[in-house]
Design a protein around this ligand. Sequence first.
Ligand SMILES: Nc1nc2c(c(=O)[nH]1)N[C@H]1C(S)=C(S)[C@@H](COP(=O)(O)OP(=O)(O)OC[C@H]3O[C@@H](n4cnc5c(=O)[nH]c(N)nc54)[C@H](O)[C@@H]3O)O[C@H]1N2
Ligand SMILES: Nc1nc2c(c(=O)[nH]1)N[C@H]1C(S)=C(S)[C@@H](COP(=O)(O)OP(=O)(O)OC[C@H]3O[C@@H](n4cnc5c(=O)[nH]c(N)nc54)[C@H](O)[C@@H]3O)O[C@H]1N2
Ligand code: SF4
Ligand SMILES: [Mo]
Length: 739
Amino acid sequence: MYDLNPHFEPSKSAPPAAAIKQEISYMRFKPDSRLTAKQSITYRPINPSYCDFFPHSCYPNFMSTTWRHSVCALDCPDACALLVQVDPTGHATRLKGDPNHPITQGFLCGKVAKYLDREYNPDRLLYPLARTGPKGSGQFRRISWPEAIDTITTRLKSIAAEHGAQSILPYSYAGTMGLLNGSGMDRRFFHALGASRLDRTICASAGAAALMASMNTRLGTEPEQFPHSKLILAWGANVLTTNVHLWPFIVQARRNGARFIVIDPIRTKTAALADQHIPINPGTDLALALALAHVIFRDHLEDTTYTQHIHDLDEYRQVASTMPPARAAQLTGVSAETIESLARDLATTHPAVIRVNYGVQRSDRGGRAVQAIVSLAALTGQFQHIGGGVNMSTSAGFAFNRTALERPDLQPHPTRLINMTQLGDALTTLNDPPVKAFINYNSNPAAIAPDQVKVHRGLEREDLFTVVLEQFMTDTALRADIVLPSTTFLEHTDLYLAYGHYYVQLARPALAPPGECKTNVEVFRTLAKAMGLTDPCFDDTEDEMIRQTLNSGSSYLEGITLELLDQQHAIRLNLGAPSGEFLPFKDGKFPTSHTQFISGGQALAYDPPVESRFGAGNSKQFPLELISWKSHDSMNSTFGNRPDVDEETSKVILHPEDAQKRNIADNTPIRLFNDRGAVEAIAKLDAQHVQPGVVCAPSVRWPSKSNNGLGINALTSQRLTDLGDGATFYSCLIEIESC
Ligand SMILES: Nc1nc2c(c(=O)[nH]1)N[C@H]1C(S)=C(S)[C@@H](COP(=O)(O)OP(=O)(O)OC[C@H]3O[C@@H](n4cnc5c(=O)[nH]c(N)nc54)[C@H](O)[C@@H]3O)O[C@H]1N2
Ligand SMILES: Nc1nc2c(c(=O)[nH]1)N[C@H]1C(S)=C(S)[C@@H](COP(=O)(O)OP(=O)(O)OC[C@H]3O[C@@H](n4cnc5c(=O)[nH]c(N)nc54)[C@H](O)[C@@H]3O)O[C@H]1N2
Ligand code: SF4
Ligand SMILES: [Mo]
């Protein structure tokens, strides 16, 4: 029995903690003697005795010290190429960035440089577990894989028979960016079952919708072009923390004379190193972008050769005319003078590039804000120049055959779509049918989903059957009925796209899985068989799935094969231009359904955010704006078990003025609250970092680590963005008191 929940009173029969630690301590692997010693890395499908249960595994040769290639699978635009040093016993001894990868350039971020700590962490889940105590108690017993699979299939079959298959809800996000383990066999399984589908909106859907509404695709300026830029705007983009491999390209540009400006409510590490930091009131970027357009139109600074390609230029001009700098200054907190000079700089400097990351779009007006920002690049003709344009995402370059990978055609009938941002409601109020089975992988909703009190209440329903595929005992796994131990990206084969560059990558297992860990692909393949699903796609090997995914007919993927990826590991997409010269919108032509840039015109008209100091919400009762942004040394909640990460994410930064009003001293415990929930933290006072009225919380801490078992998302809401039905994490009003 395992008792891992610090908030639960352990039952009298639970064994002492020391015994538990011993039981689940990491088991180091012995080399498989059936493999022959070779200098080079060879990969072959074998069926080692410790995982006979799954037929499709393939593991490397472990007989010589060698460097093996891998790919960082974390949800990060950089998608780094890794080199793993592996000793003759198969144990990894070092991890570094691949010096030959044009974006990785031989270095890793701090969090992944330490990844071997995670790989070999004694808290790693190694065996399937079944719940023995009440939901969320953290009491489990070890079970075998056959028992786990049998229990899951028996429950799913009876739930589907009683409530219909749509009462089964999968939940996943980008714990791994690998296509096979992230959106491959799992999707096939749930499609064939006829389960509810999940609308994956938690991160980027407002920004994605904005890009589609303006350019009808998701392409962005290559990092390799940044050194040519003369003006770089980081708009809601904390480059040094969340996209550090863009930084060397920015440094090069600055050496060549470029100016670097950051627009961010917070003085981030990136903002502190900029030529200019423009602190903006949270959620008001739409007003700023329209005011910049206002000045550009007013002073006839637009690029008229390019604006002929803007579909509704007149409406755009008209809407911009409603946002003179003086009005925008009141809304945004950015002075009219700064707005005037920024507009002039953007219109008259070529090339200029805007790096807009996802911070901007996590607010009520976030979708239209991004659309208005992207429109500025069209208005000023930046798309024509190497080193110009907008960089938000490069993901449309990876024109994979998603239909072959995910097989939506296996659905017996069109199934309902449930927005992952509104999980709290889905688990507590949804009917027709209610959610009765919840299968979670690559995500930790008990920590990362908004309106956490409701999410926890839902996950703690005794009548909800929950299966969690995990590497660690997260807050979500704690609330499961069955926990299945998962491989890390160092242990499985996968194919990778990137959203910050244009290199497709393949990773083979560099290490053997510890204990009885399985890949998501293996688990869903086995579950499919056990559920009696007979489509031949459930027999596909990883290699077959990769071949199917690469076979899309898109010119971007032409000639990119599994064999070539095995040899080269990373291959630049065939974008029709050499690296650093890809200008997809040079001639003002945008893809298929509309051939012109859509500025959004009338739709861009400003209205205030719902929940903000300047909105219609209850800012009197809850006067502080909370930005629970990305912590530097973590990745959402993934490294929440690390003590240093826990310390970083237990702090909340507020302005001394706000602290003084509430008698809060530096480094003292505080309580943050609103009408959705409350969370405890440690106050950090900093007059430089935040403006008065704004509070920032590096996120996402594990709720089980805090005093009341709740994390920062106890405060955030399930309200959706204006475009793309995304999450509004950064439109959040709170009050604070000392405790
Ligand atoms: N170290 C680290 N790296 C990460 C992650 C992590 O957790 N930690 N997470 C990964 C993931 S999932 C993602 S989606 C990306 C996200 O990468 P980013 O979008 O760069 O990260 P965020 O911290 O969400 O937001 C960026 C900046 O937007 C600012 N911001 C917030 N609200 C507003 C606003 O209204 N207007 C403006 N102009 N700025 C605003 C924040 O203060 C923040 O500095 O990072 C990835 N990389
Ligand atoms: N307050 C607040 N909340 C936020 C955000 C914020 O900025 N502030 N950011 C939001 C954003 S942008 C995002 S993207 C989401 C991220 O939310 P999630 O996608 O849930 O990301 P993580 O919290 O990193 O959790 C990923 C989990 O997947 C597991 N995992 C990794 N690889 C594998 C694998 O191969 N197999 C299996 N089975 N599991 C695996 C990891 O162990 C980890 O527990 O959080 C959102 N929530
Ligand atoms: S998290 Fe990002 S920067 Fe860090 S190693 Fe992974 S891909 Fe590279
Ligand atoms: Mo994200």
